[in-house]
Ligand binder design. Sequence first.
Ligand SMILES: *Cc1c(COP(=O)(O)O)cnc(C)c1O
Length: 386
Amino acid sequence: MNKFIPFALPDIGEQEIAEVVDSLRSGWLTTGPKTKRFEQDFAEFVGNGVEAIAVNSATSGLHLALEAIGIEPGDEVITTVHTFTATAEVIRYLGANPVFVDIDLTTLNIDVTKIEAAITSRTKAIMPVHFAGLACDMEAILQIAQKYQLKVIEDAAHAIPTTYQGQLIGSLNSDVTVYSFYATKTIATGEGGMLVTRNPEIAKRCRIMRLHGINRDAFDRYTATKPSWYYEIVAPGFKYNMTDIAASLGIHQLKKVWELQKQRKAIANRYDLELANLPLHLPAKPPNEDIHSWHLYVIRLDDSVKVSRNTFIAQMAAKGIGCSVHYIPLHLQPYWRDTYNLRTEQFPCASYAYERIVSLPIYTKMTESDQIRIIEIVKKNLNCSE
Ligand SMILES: *Cc1c(COP(=O)(O)O)cnc(C)c1O
């Protein structure tokens, strides 16, 4: 019996382990020097003068970003249906409403030609998601945002490292970009996230709200004239800080970010080559020399394929291959569907894609023989093996 090939696996090395042990021995379990170092390293990695603020998840980071730009009850934020619920739920945390837009069938990213029609007098922001690690058409999105005076918050949970027109996601002209270090993402800290912005006011608000609304200016132990026990609460903040244990992982994961991307790209390239002549639609490639993070490798079964997507995944599982579906679009989820009366016909591309998409395993620890086995089983399940 062959071993089970999971859908995703983190790649934690000895340096990460040693750094975590060092933190445990140091006595700094929560936010401390390692978190600060991870923030500095991350800001340097993104470049273009951003500040980086470490949080305990991308969900927290997106919530902080929307709060900091002033999203209020009744406001509207435009986003995609083809995403994880976190993207939209943070809008509801603030009593605002997501306005969902359909996707482009090739890229599975938000269809930028449909954004303007979704804008109303209540629209305050656009939240693009760089699905699978392929950048959205940011030029179009930023142009629309400028024209209608909207903020742009990028959900970059999949996008480390991803570039758009040669620039890393996070260094563009949007207001805030948020990354995830959840266990299955391209760099992982178990749970964790990072928010980056070039706007000092947004950064300040996010730092305060990240930790109970404590204004740090009032209690900086090294420069303040106030005693070290003194602090001021200026808002009902959240508990969204990153621990030094997580930051210990992040520091070393970030050092390997390009090497990990290279390995993911090699896996994507082999899939592209070996699956090329099958009744499948392969993932869209970035234009020019841009970088895809290859967080996910999502194929779409052609209409000529006889087996259903569900049967295809069940057959893969029966042969020991873990596949998944990214995502069940939000308009089909009971909460979103019923709260906003969403209908399948409003999202023809996302609805069509959902019935046919399969995420194949992609992770850096996958061996060549594992991948060859996956490819053989895909061919067999499509009745295309020789
Ligand atoms: C994983 C993910 C999130 C949430 O990330 P967490 O760090 O788990 O909060 C948000 N958006 C997308 C698109 C994701 O894939």
